[in-house]
Ligand binder design. Sequence first.
Ligand code: PLP
Length: 691
Amino acid sequence: MDLHSTINQNCSEISNKKLSINTSQTEQTEISHINSEEKKLWRIEDSEKLYRILGWGSPYFSINSAGHITVSPKGDLGGSLDLYELVESIKQRNIGLPLIIRFSDIIEDRIERLNACFSKAIARYKYKNIYRGVFPVKCNQNSQLIKEIVKFGKPHKFGLEAGSKPELLIAIATLKTTDALIICNGYKDREYIETAMLAQRLGKTAIIAIEQIEEVQLVIEASQKLNIKPLVGVRIKLSTKGIGRWAGTTGDRAKFGLNIPEIIQVVNQLKIAGILDSLQLLHFHIGSQISSISVIKDAIREASQIYVELAQLGANMKYLDVGGGLAVDYDGSKTNFYASKNYDMQNYANDIVAEVKEACEEKNILPPILVSESGRSVVSHQSVLVFDVLGVSQVPKAEPPVISKDEHLILQNLYETYQSIKKNNFQEAYHDAIQFKEESISLFNFGYLSISDRAKVEQLYWGCFRKIQEILKDSEYVPDDLEELEKIMASIYYINLSVFQSAPDSWAINQLFPIMPIHRLDEQPTERAILADLTCDSDGKIDQFIDLRDVKSLLELHPLKVSNKSSEYSVSQTLENSHTEIPSVFEPYYLAMFLGGAYQEIMGNLHNLFGDVNVVHIKLTPSGYKIEHVVKGDTMTEVLNYVQYNSDALVESIRCQTEQALQEEKITIKESRMLLQNYERSLSSYTYLSN
Ligand SMILES: *Cc1c(COP(=O)(O)O)cnc(C)c1O
């Protein structure tokens, strides 16, 4: 909740700053002079390097000569558009930020790439079977997206994986591609299993992957009841250890899958029921975002042996399903760091094909149809989340006041510290400043220091830190005890977004996503900042960013520019104008979060009742692009509905209360009309702030 008060405080700060810039002409010219000099020195190549866009963005995202991000949705096949201009033109259509832009061409390109990598590997190793991938619906259940995946996947007979009953319902209704697979995972009851079996009657290849030993009996009973021969798979708990966040997905105590004795039991039960030939698939999943290729290889090797053994036990084995795990390089470092991966898609396909081939050839077993359930790798790139910055809170930059000899001793001490800061004593001065500040707060609390003295203390304290920061900028070595200084001095950029709604993994599991401005990339970003979202929750922030080495805690951003348009918009005017929009004092500054197309949309929650964001589907055309679909984000009425408020009842309650106040002459008729109008207008509008 502490962020809330800072935000309020910040709003007044913005207006003050605006006024002060307007009044002091000389200062303004000075600032623009520095900026133009820095601009010359900073090139877009510097931005490329700083934000690592060539690492994580290739081949879809890059920077153009205007300093804007360019999107090439067809990857290497050509055709591109300017993301900044696209956002501006979407805004012209009255679709506000925050906004998810979905590029269907990227979905197509990812599916093509995945299939091409397996085709190449199959040709290279002369593998005597095919690849037939499935998309795990849980990564992004959005209906437009699933339809596109099915459409683009059709030439490759690309299927779907369901991890729950509702996802199964999506899969059997949406997937109409002949011979494409529906892999049925997750916990299953009788209804789930029967539905999957009956789907065979519609011509679907729905394979029931047994994850819990109890499911075999259900499958056998359903098959007898329906007189349908089921297609069965088994999910194995491999002993190969996963890596990173989802390492627990494997090993003896994993949540899902069968151990070897249980698999033998499944074989026996199916044999007794006379349907051992139903067992056709072996499945494993060692977790998502497997950053190391050697872990993948180990898992394939173990699974291949089990596959071969099952075939030798008399099962009618046809498919080996290697699950998910194909990783995304979020930080572009090409390492086995958790936010990266030390292999590419082709290495992945090659290793799977080569390992399986070797194991099968050794035992003279027909090699299986290879199935992967790659979700993250297929849909992460297709969506870009664009949001704007509402304001910034900065450590005060003003020169600290001069302290005279007759002022309080603590002020004199702090002033002396400030004045004496040099290269050889800054470390000592840093600790002195902290100590004097702490002392002054106790003095204040006991009534020995006035509030105006305390203001001077804070100005001096920040003045000391700023001086020390300047010294540190030029020095190669930063003492350990001063590492916090950069964080203390960081700016806070307030973003028109809820982290809980739009980047839940950033909050829940510290996942890193590339975040950067989409314009002004030909200018040096001189600010160091963390991002604070709209929610009144101190966790509603982003303070971990991708870096070549490890993670950085501050993001380089551009100083906000005061907007010419609204600079005459005076504070008193905005108070009189009673509409809900906040005065846009700054020129729009757009940031984007990339690679968030998997998992984020569905796991987002309604913290503080910030709802789904607007989504726009873009497709390249020969002459540019077209907006294929617009899915408007939640209105306030909709989010209030989720928590069982009826908007009519809410309006009625306000109406009754204003009526009462009118009777008691506490409100004028004009005010009451305004209140009701605002209330009703808010209910039907977007939950985010509009600029
Ligand atoms: C989540 C999941 C996937 C998707 O994994 P990615 O790493 O996103 O490709 C695949 N299979 C199963 C069983 C899963 O639970």
